[in-house]
Design a protein around this ligand. Structure first.
Ligand code: ADP
Ligand code: MG
Length: 278
């Protein structure tokens, strides 16, 4: 198949990124992703939902070129297939990554950590020079949006887990991303902090029109924030639809035949989310 600059789903829904017959087998022989074809719509907040080991991290890493597919390919709207270093660099520059272990430099300030999000924009040599005022402005704006401006000059390791995760979000934002990929961004946080961090990420993506693909293992948070859910089990997509279509049968398919361990069927009927991040 040749290069297509515009990708669409049925109903003229614009596609941001899609995987075609994507398969990942690790060197150990583990087939983490069976042949998978899936498209992610532009502007949507999509949650990859699945139990531990389902293949969520593998799919996210493949979407950013951190894992090389054994078969199949990934195509990005407006860029084309991820097949060369040049295309990969273009894609990564506009893709913000948020990790479970926020991967901050503990000894460096919040501001310095957030500025590392700009590194993709510079050649190796450029990073040796003082950063332009415009870049610092961009970083401070991002820090303000995650409500940490009074911590901008504080060492990152002096912040709480929830605050550090918000630094991770700010670092992704200074890339001015069109796409944010987040791998279990709230897994290590208590439920109230998790809700605050995910609510913030959701509000920012919606305000800026950023396409988001977020992996989670908690059904409750998926139902609260996702526009769309992709359910993974044993390396295969077993659900692809809006959260309203997640019934007991679909949930069992995602979490296994024994049913989700910590999931009650009543969890499916959740309250709609309660307004924006406060
Ligand atoms: P999830 O993020 O949903 O927990 P992963 O994508 O991490 O799932 O893992 C999917 C499968 O691939 C699991 O069986 C896991 O043990 C295996 N796996 C993940 N990363 C590696 C790796 N680097 N090498 C070998 N096997 C891996
Ligand atoms: Mg994972």
């Amino acid at each position: 198949m040749g290069f297509r600059s515009k990708l669409f789903l049925p109903g003229s829904v614009a596609v941001m990124i899609q995987a075609e017959n994507l398969e990942v087998v690790y060197a150990t022989g583990t087939r983490a992703l069976a042949s998978t074809t899936i498209a992610f719509a532009r502007g949507r907040f999509t949650v990859l939902l699945g139990a531990s080991g389902a293949g969520k991290s593998t799919l996210l890493r493949a979407l950013n070129g951190l894992v090389r597919p054994t078969a199949g390919r990934i195509e990005v709207d407006g860029i084309g297939p991820l097949c060369s270093g040049r295309v990969m660099r273009m894609h990564r520059r506009r893709t913000g990554m948020v990790f479970q272990q926020h991967q901050l430099i503990g000894r460096a300030s919040v501001l310095r950590n957030v500025l590392t999000g700009r590194l993709g924009y510079h050649s190796g040599l450029r990073t040796l020079f003082p950063l332009a005022t415009a870049e610092k402005r961009l970083a401070l704006d991002a820090i303000e949006r995650v409500d940490l401006i009074e911590y901008a000059l504080r060492r990152a390791d002096q912040l709480s887990g929830g605050q550090q995760q918000r630094v991770g979000i700010a670092r992704a934002l200074v890339q001015e991303p069109t796409l944010i990929l987040a791998d279990e961004p709230i897994a290590s946080l208590d439920p109230a902090t998790a809700d605050r961090v995910l609510g913030l990420l959701h509000a920012i993506c919606k305000a800026d029109g950023i396409t988001a693909i977020i992996s989670l293992h908690q059904l409750e948070f998926a139902c609260r924030y996702a526009d769309h859910v992709v359910g993974l089990a044993d390396g295969s997509v077993v659900f692809n639809g809006p959260p309203a279509r997640l019934g007991p049968a679909e949930i069992r398919r995602i979490y296994g035949t024994a049913g989700p361990l910590a999931v009650e069927e009543s969890d499916v009927q959740l309250q709609p989310r309660t307004g924006t991040y406060a």
